[in-house]
Ligand binder design. Structure first.
Ligand SMILES: NC(=O)c1ccc[n+]([C@@H]2O[C@H](COP(=O)([O-])OP(=O)(O)OC[C@H]3O[C@@H](n4cnc5c(N)ncnc54)[C@H](OP(=O)(O)O)[C@@H]3O)[C@@H](O)[C@H]2O)c1
Length: 299
């Protein structure tokens, strides 16, 4: 049964406290008909962002409506607690933007013991999205899911389904774990879209490379590497406002697209590996095992 709130579209946005997500909220804050829910692992930082948005945009958008809720994507327990609290609000969910992500320089683990990059970017994103599918399916606007991936998803040439993430520090390579996590993001979006369509759901799912810029993502990488990344950005990077426009545009999804991979605002062909249907299915099954949910979901 459809869940209606009235006129406002409820947008749940992860990773809005910094970088590309923070910038995208500057665009979304101008929309009059949205209720924005920002998740934050630090409520202090999340509240500060909400206050800044209110003081900057309330005078031009008196309908601006922002709520901050606590969630750490690197902890299954925190995600489950968030989902419980969100569902207890008894409000609809129309759009979910999974933008939060990490790229740590060294080997670290989530609270559940998984390598931090894959653990946060894929397992956390997967569990959050999976747990909210029933809400999204009831959206009177038609649910919309945006998974923020990256062009780095083109790098992996194979996928080892039994070793989705590095397990020991000595084997860690940030390029590999990050690129793998972003490959899984694209594959997850594809497989989820297929499964939703098979169930007759109208929920739309797309993934996006938001563009390339310097953010906190690489803040602990050391002076020399950061200098190199800055140089790379100078020649190949994107403008932050174009990136924010791209992510905001897919968040609003006025074109009603589904099953696509975007680079900023442009629909693009994702990597061949990411479109391998058998692998997408295997990745789904394996991830369900890891995050501890049934392979088949109910809407
Ligand atoms: N920057 C690029 O060039 C680029 C290129 C391609 C794709 N991307 C993707 O774009 C997305 C945003 O990255 P960004 O560059 O904007 O990075 P960023 O500046 O580091 O921002 C990352 C956001 O994710 C949040 N986050 C990180 N770990 C979290 C956790 N465990 N639980 C909850 N939230 C968490 C951060 O929260 P805090 O504020 O608490 O740190 C922050 O809001 C990521 O998915 C990234 O992979 C970025």
């Amino acid at each position: 049964m459809a869940e209606g709130s009235g006129t406002k579209k409820v947008v749940l946005f992860t990773g809005g406290t910094d970088g590309i997500g923070r910038e995208t909220l500057n665009v979304l804050a101008l929309e009059r008909d949205l209720k924005l829910i920002i998740t934050a692992r630090s409520m202090v930082k999340g509240t500060k962002v909400a206050e800044e948005l209110n003081s900057k945009f309330k005078s031009v958008n008196d309908q601006l409506d922002i709520t901050v809720m606590n969630m750490d994507l690197g902890s299954f327990e925190s995600i489950k607690q968030f989902v419980k609290e969100f569902k207890a609000l008894n409000i609809p969910l129309d759009t979910l933007v999974c933008n939060a992500g990490v790229m740590p320089y060294t080997f670290e683990k989530t609270t559940d013991g998984h390598e931090l990059t894959v653990g946060t970017n894929h397992y956390g994103t997967f569990l959050l999205t999976y747990s909210l599918l029933d809400k999204l399916n009831k959206s009177t606007f038609g649910g919309n899911i945006v998974i923020v991936a990256s062009t780095t998803h083109y790098s992996p040439t194979k996928l080892d389904i039994n070793n989705l993430a590095t397990t020991e520090a000595k084997n860690f390579s940030i390029q590999d774990d990050y690129a793998n996590s972003k490959l899984y993001n694209v594959m997850f979006a594809k497989e989820l879209g297929k499964r939703l369509a098979e169930k007759g759901s109208n929920v739309k799912v797309n993934s996006i490379h938001p563009g390339f810029t310097i953010t906190n993502l690489t803040k602990n990488w050391g002076y020399v590497v950061v200098a190199f990344i800055k140089l790379l950005w100078y020649f190949t990077g994107n403008n932050m406002s174009d990136m924010a426009e791209g992510l905001a545009s897919l968040t609003l999804n006025k074109q009603n697209e589904t099953g696509k991979y975007f680079q900023l605002k442009n629909i693009t062909t994702p990597s061949q590996l990411s479109q391998n249907e058998d692998l997408c299915e295997q990745l789904w099954d394996k991830t369900c095992e890891i995050v501890g949910v049934p392979k088949d979901f109910t809407l």
